[in-house]
Design a protein around this ligand. Structure first.
Ligand code: ATP
Length: 368
């Protein structure tokens, strides 16, 4: 796959992955990965299960070796196919889904562990432990053991331990995966705050696109070991590279439309014209992403039939059938019966790049 990151000047103290490749028993799990991560940024590695996110994080941390390529932090080469800086010399800290706290130690001792390794003692040690615990509002729990804490509290202790070691890079591997939905939302705030306070570079692995969008200022979308898009959350949502990314990020429909121009962002008039032309069964069509919020009921629009309607609390979610049988997702504040004949206007569309033959795409979120 082509390099998606321009090989511009190295960020002065940033993290760079250059042609990183990893095989396990002859099978490629990370394929020529190129990324330039700015110092102090919050980056998410996002992709479906098995796409190589954790392996990438472990190579950055130094827990896995590279088959080929190079990882560097500023001017220091951390790893290549012939050299490997040990994890403890990388000035990085990893936060795991399982928290990885010592069960026989108190909360304070868990947090202080990396400080002891660095030789801190006495009042300086005590102060740093207190400060780290205060940052995650866990000071009152200093003398408890991890098993006497909730999942969210344990993860906050793991964050405090990470903070105490003052890393330049914080690596987080699905840290919220074991928590319920409400706790996840409040922990997202803790991560944001933690990132702001430390100024460290954060690399956050998740398969949850909403979590990645809420936290990261840049997202690397991975699929089958390859980087498919590297962009800000808004850009990923508004300008996905292809139908696979469009299906993975947010809700929407990919429809095939006959297009007469070459722009990627299509105006309402262009989409309406293409939708109206579907009744002529055009032979040449291209993939266009249409987000549900851009579909509006409009008596002057093109005909469609309601095939599915689900109440979602703040709105109804529909599946509509276009004149040629293609499906389109839409929202509306009112419910409509299945089989209702309506007319719609689409406010905008995004032309997708065709994917290489044989590649798969995630199933687009449906209301069914
Ligand atoms: N030590 C190993 N030996 C052999 N294969 C491995 C090893 N570690 C990972 N793999 C394989 O590499 C592929 C990528 O795994 P990885 O854990 O990096 O994916 P992931 O995107 O983090 O997935 P998940 O979200 O499920 O954790 C998978 O097919 C996995 O089975």
């Amino acid at each position: 796959m082509a390099t998606l990151i321009p090989s511009s000047d190295l960020p002065a103290r940033g993290l760079r992955l250059h042609g990183v490749h990893k095989e396990f028993a002859g099978q490629t799990v990370v394929d020529n990965l190129n990324l330039e991560i700015e110092e102090g940024s919050f980056v998410a590695l996002l992709g479906p299960s098995g796409c190589g996110k954790t392996t990438t994080l472990r190579m950055i941390a130094g827990f896995d070796t590279l088959s080929s390529g190079r990882i560097s932090l500023g001017s220091t080469v951390l790893a290549s196919d012939h050299q490997q800086l040990p994890p403890e010399l990388r000035n990085m800290s990893m936060v795991f889904q399982s928290y990885a706290l010592w069960p026989h130690m108190t909360v304070a001792d868990n947090v202080g562990y990396p400080l002891k390794l660095k030789g801190y003692k006495g009042s300086d040690y005590q102060r740093r432990v207190r400060e780290a615990l205060a940052t995650v509002q866990m000071e009152p729990y200093a003398q408890r053991r991890p098993q006497d804490l909730s999942g969210g509290q344990r993860q906050r202790v793991a964050l405090a331990r990470c903070l105490a070691s003052e890393p330049r890079v914080v690596l987080l591997d699905e840290p919220l995966a074991n928590l319920d939905r409400h706790l996840r939302a409040s922990m997202e705030d803790s991560f944001r705050d933690f990132h702001r306070r430390t100024g460290a570079t954060f690399i956050y692995v998740t398969h949850d696109q909403a979590e990645a969008m809420a936290l990261a200022d840049r997202i690397a979308v991975m699929h089958k070991g390859q980087l498919v898009q590297w962009d800000a959350p808004e850009a990923l949502y508004q300008r996905p590279q292809n139908a696979w990314v469009a299906g993975f990020i947010g809700q929407g429909s990919v429809v095939r439309l006959p297009l007469s121009s070459s722009e990627r962002l299509l105006s309402s008039a262009q989409v309406q014209q293409a939708l109206a032309a579907l009744q002529n069964k055009p032979s040449a069509t291209e993939e266009v992403l249409i987000r549900p919020q851009h579909v509006e009921l409009d008596p002057a629009g093109v005909p469609a039939t309601v095939t599915h309607c689900v109440f979602k609390g703040e709105r109804y979610q529909f599946v509509l059938q276009l004149q040629d049988g293609q499906s389109l997702q839409a929202y509306h504040w009112q419910g409509l019966p299945t089989g209702a004949q309506i007319a719609i206007t689409v406010r905008q569309g995004w032309r997708l790049q065709e994917q290489p033959a044989g590649s798969t795409r995630p199933t687009l979120a449906s209301v069914a």
